[in-house]
Design a protein around this ligand. Sequence first.
Ligand code: ZN
Length: 132
Amino acid sequence: MLEITNQDKFGKVIADAIAKVELTVTDNQTKARWINAISKAAAQIEENGVFMTWQSETKSLLIWSQESNEIYSSNGVCSCPAFKRGFACWHRAAARLVRLYNEPQAEEMNNAPYLKPTIERKAERVGGIRIN
Ligand SMILES: [Zn+2]
């Protein structure tokens, strides 16, 4: 079961995903397909997250499809019929949204205590050898 607890972060991930398609996909038909896939993925995650499981080891999303009663495993590739025909599918869009949602954002990274230097240090040289 997949549960989105941070709606703000999830909303930002969706907005970023759509912006990325707008900026990087030049073919209008492909662009429209991916934007549809992202919209459907976002709606499916909200409504049917109970039928999905994120697998952090493989960074893939298992989706029990209500339409076909099959379970699809999706990350960069997907096991659904649309993917086999070379189309954009919402499963892949969903897997990407969930992966990005589960990754720490840049500002969260900056605030991580283990990434902060404990003291400001300047490199010093003694006889041509850098000592810190
Ligand atoms: Zn698929």
